[in-house]
Design a protein around this ligand. Sequence first.
Ligand SMILES: C[S@@+](CC[C@H](N)C(=O)[O-])C[C@H]1O[C@@H](n2cnc3c(N)ncnc32)[C@H](O)[C@@H]1O
Length: 235
Amino acid sequence: MSLKNWDNKTWLSSKKYIKSFNNFLLKQIRLNRDSQILDIGCGRGKILGSLSSKLRLKNKPIGIDIEIHKDRDKRISFKKIDAIRYLESNKNKFDLILIKQTIHLLDFRKIKRLVSRCKTKLKKKGKILLFTLETSKNEIPTFLLMKKKLKISLNRDKKIITFLSKLYPSIKKKNFSFKVKISLKRYSEMIKNRYISILLSMSNNQILRGINEINLTNRKKLNFNDKLICLILDK
Ligand SMILES: C[S@@+](CC[C@H](N)C(=O)[O-])C[C@H]1O[C@@H](n2cnc3c(N)ncnc32)[C@H](O)[C@@H]1O
């Protein structure tokens, strides 16, 4: 099963989230109309599309993903290809390579190869901005089984961060946080759609039981912070 519903009408594709995310992005790196941007694991490409409009980019930014979505953003140049295959098959160079909430889907060998290939694809002052879920104070609403799986996944993310920090000691760390307000009904739908990778391996029964469990809290709205760690790598 693959990740098709991550940014399918969730807060992650809301204008507010994208605006806030891109404002954060532009505080970390100076970009202009001439910038060349690559987004690895871009999903529907809404973040990249919005960035392209904001900066009035001369060249369409490139978004790559192994999933193809009919409703993907038209302001980007999309390629359906595996990240490493793409990086190893052309000579394009970028001012920004964005890897948002995608690295955890790869094994350590691939992560190492991906990041080292990305480094060779940076222009002189280029940067890689790599985002992953906050590992220690994560507030994502969960049911019991989801919580267990999230804990395992976040522990692995911690190892990925340590691994990359050892490989690249000059790596910088920043934090991004977005206040989410969502109805329980809508969040239940997101769970049903298996919006996050820890839900992909669960059976339909486990998902339904999980939704019932969350609904037992009797809250109509969920308020929490969607927190990310941002790793910044220079050339
Ligand atoms: C959790 S989603 C994140 C989407 C988007 N970056 C965002 O934050 O909204 C992870 C994305 O990575 C893609 N992906 C997974 N493995 C990939 C690979 N080897 N090469 C390119 N994309 C990949 C998935 O298809 C999925 O769209």
